[in-house]
Design a protein around this ligand. Structure first.
Ligand code: PMP
Length: 315
């Protein structure tokens, strides 16, 4: 769907997947004025299809749109558009337990500008793709590399929103880490190079005894929907959860470390390497990570009752 001159969105259309026309003067390809979201449609055991907290993604997109000077679709328009796309692609949602339909909403400056500035017109485009369960965090835990020399986001920047421009910044360091056999990079804050922020596509938690801690959302980490949900679920289970600065030293002393995100779900971290020293953490059965994983995936896939009203069914 596209925004009009009055910066409101008109109704969109469903079209088969394919290439799209783009104006060479568009703000997205010249200045990176764009946002994305990542969502999943889950198949339940009885064959239904459902979304998890789509309103949260809609609100996060609105926050990003404000930051990048784009008009945003309303929460209702966003959810309705996602529902329509998933409904039309229902047969592509993999069977229960086999995978999910990944949903990628994009909001970008599609209108032309030549001088540096925001586009006069924006487009919300949603595509989907079936994916297998890329979650590996229980069977093979992640091994992360801390790169103290390369922060992902700066205070006052766009780390707190899902701007497309945040992602190419980390291609190089993540590629280098992967070449050395690491699963991903755990980034530190840009000021003191001391506090853990997040991984390239997920948030990070540490567990010490009955206390879970994760970086606060002060504009340099993405406020993850999974992160928010896990905080609530962990508190329900009786854990204390703190959103606060967590130093690398503290992380290295943790009992467990895990990552949260739509794509990774909840993934256990088996080891973290910092300044050539590797530290291992508890993984597998009988961990807080596993308990939270079972709980959230249970709700997402309809195995557990949705007591919080987080699930939205697709007709
Ligand atoms: N941090 C970053 C940088 C991400 O790209 C993502 C994925 N959207 C997350 C955290 C996790 O967010 P969510 O739980 O909403 O998927």
């Amino acid at each position: 769907i596209k925004s009009n001159e009055d910066r409101t969105y008109s109704n969109g259309t469903l079209v088969p997947f394919g290439t799209i026309d783009i104006n060479p003067h568009s703000a997205v390809i010249n200045y990176g004025q764009g946002l994305f979201e990542g969502m999943k449609a889950y198949r339940t055991k009885d064959g239904n299809v459902q979304l998890f907290r789509p309103e949260e993604n809609a609100l996060r997109m609105q926050m990003g749109a404000e930051r990048l000077l784009m008009p945003s679709p309303s929460v209702e328009q966003y959810i309705d558009a996602v529902k329509q796309v998933v409904h039309a692609n229902k047969r592509w949602v993999p069977p229960w337990g086999k995978g999910t339909l990944y949903i990628r909403p994009l909001l970008f400056g599609s209108g032309p500008v030549l001088g540096i500035g925001p586009a006069p017109q924006c487009t919300l485009l949603i595509f989907t793709n079936p994916i297998s369960n890329i979650y590996k965090g229980q069977t093979s835990a992640l091994n992360l590399l801390i790169n103290e020399n390369f922060p992902r986001a700066y205070p006052g920047g766009t780390g707190g929103v899902k701007s497309i421009s945040n992602y190419p910044l980390v291609f190089q360091v993540v590629k280098e880490a992967k070449a050395k056999g690491f699963s991903d990079v755990l980034f530190l804050d840009a000021v003191e190079h001391k506090y853990i922020e997040e991984v390239s596509s997920c948030n990070a938690f540490i567990v010490k005894g009955k206390v879970l801690s994760t970086a606060p959302t002060l504009g340099t980490i993405l406020p993850g929907v999974t992160r928010k949900s896990v905080i609530e679920l962990a508190r329900d289970l009786g854990y204390e959860v703190m959103e606060r600065k967590v130093s690398v030293e503290e992380l290295l002393e943790a009992d467990e470390v895990f990552c949260t995100g739509t794509a990774v779900g909840i993934s256990a971290v088996g080891s973290v390497t910092y300044k050539n020293k590797s530290v291992t953490f508890k993984t597998g059965a009988d961990t807080v990570t596993k308990k939270l994983y079972d709980l959230i995936t249970g709700i997402q896939t309809g195995l557990l009752e949705d007591k919080k009203g987080w699930v939205v069914k697709i007709d």
